[in-house]
Design a protein around this ligand. Structure first.
Ligand SMILES: *Cc1c(COP(=O)(O)O)cnc(C)c1O
Length: 358
């Protein structure tokens, strides 16, 4: 049977070698004759997994001293409500940038905790660009933005410069490129876009920025409680942490984030080039803000939709349908997607144009 080319936006493609190791550990972990899924998270063997996962995050992203790395439950969506509890002072105010569905969810949840000032938005043009050059009031407790807008296909290629603490949802582009962690007070990401299976949420947080809000924070929402217990305040999502650890090891072998960035750029360039030159298609977002991870595009003539969809199905291409709120197509090209899958898609797009006399 031919290979499936997996452009799923999330949960996403993982390296074959990682899936094989994960499968083996589900049956017999560390030679214990027990499944990883049926041993204590406090066992020496699992504690070693958690430690290795946290160490790999620090190593791959160059996380400086003074930051804690946590693997929590509840997805990035739970961080939308957790982070304002930890950083929005009683009577304070936070600045948010509205660049899409996830950013709006973060704004909504933040508003349940305190005052939110939406300092920039691209909603006027259906989130097809990244706002730039906006003012950030100096008295806000933090600035929150979403580095990659998974649904619309835009990405911050340069981060906002400000003296206020910066908090970033990097769910769909973390580990896709080098970042300077020291510029951020907190970074978070659901595992299932570029790191592992759903279930774990990565939080990287500056320790000395915590404990200043004057709030009573419920324990499960309190980063300091999780830090104190080394990310084991309660039962962690063991399988997701394990598979994330394997993926991060794979990334290290690959050469780390600067090497994967080159591969990701090559994939994105190949596809965007085709979108721009193929008369059947067009991109939907501002060129300079195009995401390296999620490329969105549409057919110039929607009458051809059924035919193109059939070609995708025949080619065993998975996950290319755009998000239900946007339509069109979205090719998610996360770290583990090989260039050959993008080339395969490009070949189909060219064959489709050929059938229409182009
Ligand atoms: C998918 C996604 C989320 C939501 O993640 P969950 O883990 O499902 O809560 C949040 N932010 C961004 C940028 C995403 O891509």
């Amino acid at each position: 049977m031919s290979k499936v080319h997996n452009f799923s936006a999330g949960p996403c493609i993982l390296p074959d070698s990682v899936l094989k190791q994960a499968g083996a550990a589900a049956l017999n972990f560390d030679g214990l004759d027990l499944s990883l899924l049926e041993i204590s998270h406090r066992s020496r063997n699992f504690v070693a997994v958690m430690e290795k996962a946290r160490r790999l995050v620090k190593e791959l992203l160059g996380v400086p001293d003074g930051y804690s790395v946590l693997f929590l439950q509840g997805g990035a969506s739970t961080q939308f409500i957790t982070l304002p509890h930890n950083f929005l002072k009683e009577g304070g105010k936070a600045a948010y940038v509205s660049t899409g569905t996830w950013a709006k969810n973060a704004i909504k949840e933040g508003g349940l905790v305190g005052e939110i000032d939406v300092v920039a938005s691209s909603e006027d043009k259906n989130f097809t660009y990244i706002p730039k050059g906006f003012q950030i009031p100096p008295d806000v407790d933090y600035l929150h933005f979403t580095s990659n807008n998974t649904i619309y296909g835009t990405e911050f290629h340069e981060f906002p410069e400000t003296d206020v603490p910066i908090i970033c949802d990097m769910s769909s582009d973390i580990f896709s490129r080098p970042i300077d962690v020291s510029k951020f007070t907190m970074i978070y990401a659901g595992a299932q876009k570029n790191m592992g299976p759903a279930g774990a949420t990565l939080v990287i947080v500056r320790e000395d920025a915590l404990g200043h809000t004057g709030r009573n924070i419920p324990s499960m929402l309190d980063y300091q409680a999780h830090i104190k217990k080394e990310s084991m305040f309660n039962t962690p999502p063991v399988f997701s942490v394990y598979v994330s650890m394997l993926t991060l090891s794979w990334l290290k072998e690959f050469g780390g984030v600067s090497e994967i960035e080159k591969a990701n750029k090559a994939k994105a360039e190949l596809l965007y080039n085709e979108i721009d030159n193929n008369p059947m298609f067009r991109g939907v977002v501002a060129e300079e803000d195009r995401s390296i991870m999620n490329a969105t595009f549409v057919l110039n003539d929607s009458a051809n939709e059924e035919e193109f969809n059939q070609m995708l199905a025949d080619g065993r291409i998975n996950g290319l349908k755009g998000h239900r709120s946007v339509g069109g197509y979205r090719a998610s090209m996360y770290n583990a997607l090989p260039l050959e899958s993008v080339q395969f898609l490009v070949d189909i797009m060219q064959a489709f144009a050929g059938k229409h006399g182009n």
